[in-house]
Design a protein around this ligand. Structure first.
Ligand code: DX5
Ligand code: ZN
Length: 225
């Protein structure tokens, strides 16, 4: 298994001082920046676009930026995010008319493609795509808002996704997004996730570094030591 990655979702950051917030979580030991893009169409909320991604790069953020597109259509905006400095670009297969084409488009634009699975989206979308993506993102809430409760069926789904990834022999990250907290991240890691999005659990805490460190101990199975 690849080393664990902690990716704070900036959806729960203070947007009035976003650059400082991103610096603070990275200084606190986080690995990636999880960047939630919502369009008030595919999901009932509206957030940030390529200009904000570009602004973070201009501000000096060098960590990988993990762009989670909750938008429809998908393809038009992909080159804009690539130019804006995205590292990973993930999208929901239901939101794209041509999933394989979108994956290729992300790759051709120099980014790493990933597919996102809503709680009720079957993993069969991986049947003909796993060989061409770098990341599988399982939603453990319905997309659209931070601060929701973790949906337990995601644990069995993680185990099945882990089996598929290991059987493929490829180096593909398995990411979980939604309701990830200090007290469930250990079980999520044991179910097979290696990449952990956490929004409210990190940005809502008083001490980002302590929260990230506790999460790492739980992922490593060292709780209570
Ligand atoms: C939900 C977003 C998540 C969200 C997670 O649609 O994709 O990334 O910010 O927030 P928490 O960790 O608070 O559930
Ligand atoms: Zn997300």
């Amino acid at each position: 298994m690849q080393p664990a990655v902690i990716a704070p979702s900036i959806l729960s950051a203070n947007f009035a001082r976003l650059g400082e917030e991103v610096d603070a979580v990275l200084m606190a030991g986080a690995d990636w920046v999880h960047f939630d893009v919502m369009d008030n169409h595919y999901v009932p909320n509206l957030t940030i676009g390529p200009l904000v991604c570009e602004a973070l790069r201009g501000y000096g953020v060098t960590a990988p930026i993990d762009v989670h597109l909750m938008i429809q259509p998908v393809d038009r905006i992909v080159p804009d995010f690539a130019r804006a400095g995205a590292t990973y670009i993930t999208f929901h297969p239901e939101a794209s008319g041509h999933v394989d084409r979108t994956i290729q488009l992300i790759r051709e634009n120099g980014c790493r493609p990933g597919l996102v699975f809503n709680p009720a989206t079957p993993l069969s979308w991986l049947d003909y795509t796993l060989e061409s993506i770098d990341l599988v993102l399982l939603m453990s809430v319905n997309p659209g808002f931070g601060g929701q409760k973790f949906i337990g069926s995601a644990l069995g789904k993680l185990a099945e996704a882990r089996r598929r990834i290991d059987a493929s022999g490829r180096s593909v990250r398995l990411e979980i997004d939604g309701g990830v907290k200090v007290d469930n991240i250990g079980a999520i890691a044991r179910a097979g996730a290696d990449t952990f999005v956490a929004g409210s659990a990190i940005f809502g805490s008083d001490d980002y570094a302590a929260t990230v460190a506790t999460m790492r101990r739980e992922i490593a199975g060292e709780s209570g030591q």
